[in-house]
Structures are given as structure tokens and as C-alpha cells.
Ligand binder design. Structure first.
Ligand SMILES: *Cc1c(COP(=O)(O)O)cnc(C)c1O
Length: 368
């Protein structure tokens, strides 16, 4: 009953929009981590491969293996890098790791040497994100170490922005300066990797100077904006439409409590619909008495607590509602649209978390 329709035509549209914003020679690394932000890693990656994405980006080795088993042939970059115990699997499946630790570099080089191969790696640099990566000032020393490992090939140097989505570009520009400084140092060392990359979705739009030779967008491929200011700059289409149907519908009197804890009590004779979606499907419990859904193109409120498998909405004001009626939890219906950004705002998070928490139990249906 509760499904997520994935509109691959919208994915095509968003890909082309992003492509138009990138310089023609720039390569496109499509980020498909976290099951393609909840959209289904294999069908989405296959489509992106057909569209001409040059690389796919996953977070973990496990995600990379899933793509290979699904038939993906393009280079796959493991953005979080590999752990010691994953090195053999990464080589078996031709996954390209991000590298930022010397201990891993050694293990990787030894494994490659044992196979008599050379493994491409991308060095991850922390230019101010404050997460993973070699601190920008320490990159020359790190690279000097790595270049001595004959079985590793430095194919790329990468970093990540922490604020590319913000209105003020000053900190992102500082990160960019540091990245440029790293590039200069590489030249001085006589190291010329073909791929330099730092641009996430927001940077593709806001900081054209950050494109270098590869861009790495994720969220915008799925039709969501990393910040509202980007809405004017590019027109995207929501790829996922999360919908359900009214499973039960009943008239209740004034003063009737709805759901666990009686946190909502009707103030009038009401028509209450039960929707078979709950927090086990990723419909966040914080949406209790806060969320809205679309019924017949009209917004209508979630009433009472979201349960594990059920959510109730008040459809008193909508005429002609019947059991089986379509309910849109996220996505468009008859001219109105609920975005993951909006749901995120209701409960104090971002669209990324909303998208990637749509549960396993929700069947993905592919269109287009
Ligand atoms: C998730 C991620 C991206 C994509 O970011 P978006 O904001 O979704 O475009 C790019 N690079 C790295 C390293 C990431 O982890």
C-alpha cells in the first residue's frame, strides 16, 4: 500500500540540469551512497551510467560491492575509504578508495603488490571540513610517503566543503584557497593526478571555480535543494514520490482521542483516515501532530502520534474522501507538492535525512 515511486525521467532531467552547470570537460561523479539517498542504488546507478556519469560514488565498500553485483561497470569511488579488513574485497571488486591514512596505504599497497597490480587511489584532504582527510598542510608529506608505494597510483586528490550551501561563500572560498594551495604543492612535487575534486551539489551551482576536473553532486540529482537560495538558480524535479492509500476511514465525535497517548483530541465531529505508514517505514515519529500530507491535492494534518505502522490524518475538510484514496506523504499531487526540505523543516532536520530514512519496507516502483 505504501510505495515510493521513483521517476527516472526526473533523474534524467536533474542530471542534465547539473551537466549544464558544469564545464564540458569536467567529469561527473554521481553520488549514490546510502542506497542512492533512498532511491535504490542499482536502478539509479544504472540510469546514471546510461546518462553518461563518469564515476559513481558510494560511502562504503559494501555499497560498492552491491553496485558491482548489480552490473555497474563504471569506476566506483569509495568516499569513506576502506578499512584494513576490506582491502581484499575492494580489490576483488575494482573499487577505488579514498585514502587518508598511512596504515591503510601500507596495507593496500601490500595487497596490490601480492596481486602484482597497481591500485588507483584518491587522496582525501581536509581543507576545513573537520571530518576525514589529511590536514591540508600535511598533504605534501603524506603524498611523499604514498608515492614511494609502487603499487599505489595517485589518481585523484579530493576534499569536501562544509558550507557550500550557505549564502556567504567566504568559508567555502577559504577551503577552495587551501585546495588550490594543495594543487600547487602537488605540481611542485611533480605529481599530476588527472582528477581533482571538491564540488558537492551546492558548489556546482554556487562556486563554478570549484569544479576542477570532477564534480561530485548527490542531493540535487534527486531533486532536492541543499538550501532554499539555490531554488532560483536551477530547476529540479523531485525524483521520489512517497505515497500510500487510506486504509480505514471513520467519523468520530467531538472529544475523541486519536492514537497513542491521546495527544490529539477532536475539537469537532471529525473524519479521521488511517494511513498504513509509520516510523518503521521512515515516517518520522516527530511528525506526530506536525506533519501534513496531500489528499485530493489538499494539505491535511497528521493528527495524534505516528505509530510504528500507522499514521492518522484529519480529512474532515476534504469532501468525497473514500477508503483507498491516494495520500501523498512526500512529492506532488494535483498541483501541490511536499518536498523533503519541507518535511525536514517540520522536524528540525535536512532533506538528506528525510530521503535516506525512507524505510526498506517501502516498495520502490520505477517509472520512466
Ligand atoms: C555525500 C557527499 C557528496 C554529495 O553531496 P551533496 O550535498 O549530496 O551533493 C559529495 N562528496 C562527498 C565526500 C560526500 O560524502
Amino acid at each position: 500500500m505504501t510505495t515510493a515511486e521513483i521517476d527516472l525521467g526526473a533523474l534524467d532531467h536533474n542530471y542534465h540540469q547539473l551537466r549544464q552547470l558544469t564545464y564540458p570537460t569536467v567529469k561527473f561523479l554521481a553520488v549514490v551512497k546510502a542506497d542512492a539517498y533512498g532511491h535504490g542504488a542499482i536502478p539509479v546507478s544504472k540510469r546514471l551510467e546510461e546518462l553518461g556519469a563518469d564515476f559513481l560514488g558510494v560511502a562504503t565498500v559494501q555499497e560498492g560491492i552491491e553496485l558491482r553485483n548489480g552490473g555497474i561497470k563504471k569506476p566506483i569511488l569509495v568516499l569513506s575509504g576502506v578499512y584494513q579488513e576490506e582491502v581484499e574485497a575492494a580489490l576483488d571488486y575494482h573499487l577505488t578508495p579514498m585514502l587518508y591514512r598511512w596504515d591503510i596505504a601500507e596495507v593496500l599497497a601490500a595487497a596490490a603488490s601480492a596481486r602484482g597490480i597497481k591500485v588507483p587511489i584518491h587522496i582525501k584532504v581536509d581543507t576545513g571540513m573537520g571530518r576525514i582527510g589529511v590536514l591540508f598542510e600535511e598533504v605534501p608529506a603524506f603524498v611523499n610517503h604514498v608515492r614511494k608505494l609502487e603499487n599505489l597510483e595517485i589518481e585523484g586528490i579530493a576534499s569536501h566543503f562544509s558550507t557550500a550551501d550557505e549564502k556567504s561563500a567566504s568559508y567555502a572560498e577559504e577551503q577552495l584557497r587551501r585546495f588550490l594551495q594543495v594543487i600547487e604543492e602537488m605540481k611542485k612535487l611533480g605529481i599530476h593526478p588527472p582528477f581533482y575534486h571538491i564540488a558537492n551539489s551546492a558548489a556546482v551551482v554556487n562556486l563554478p571555480a570549484a569544479q576542477f576536473t570532477v564534480v561530485r553532486p548527490g542531493i540535487m540529482l534527486y531533486g532536492s535543494y541543499p538550501s532554499t537560495s539555490l531554488r532560483d538558480k536551477v530547476s529540479l524535479r523531485q525524483v521520489m514520490c512517497w505515497k500510500s492509500r487510506i486504509a480505514d476511514l471513520k467519523k468520530v465525535p467531538t472529544g475523541y482521542p486519536i492514537s497513542y497517548g491521546r495527544t490529539f483530541v477532536t475539537q469537532r465531529p471529525s473524519l479521521i483516515a488511517a494511513i498504513p505508514v509509520g516510523y518503521a517505514d521512515g515516517y518520522n515519529r516527530l511528525l506526530s501532530n506536525r506533519g501534513e500530507v496531500l489528499v485530493k491535492g489538499k494539505r491535511t494534518p497528521v493528527v495524534g502520534r505516528v505509530c510504528m505502522d500507522w499514521t492518522m490524518v484529519d480529512v474532515t475538510n476534504i469532501s468525497g474522501v473514500e477508503v483507498g484514496e491516494e495520500v501523498v506523504l512526500m512529492g506532488g499531487q494535483l498541483g501541490d507538492e511536499i518536498t523533503p526540505e519541507e518535511i525536514g523543516e517540520w522536524i528540525g532536520t535536512n532533506s538528506y535525512e528525510i530521503l535516506c530514512s525512507v524505510g526498506k519496507r517501502v516498495q520502490r516502483i520505477y517509472k520512466g
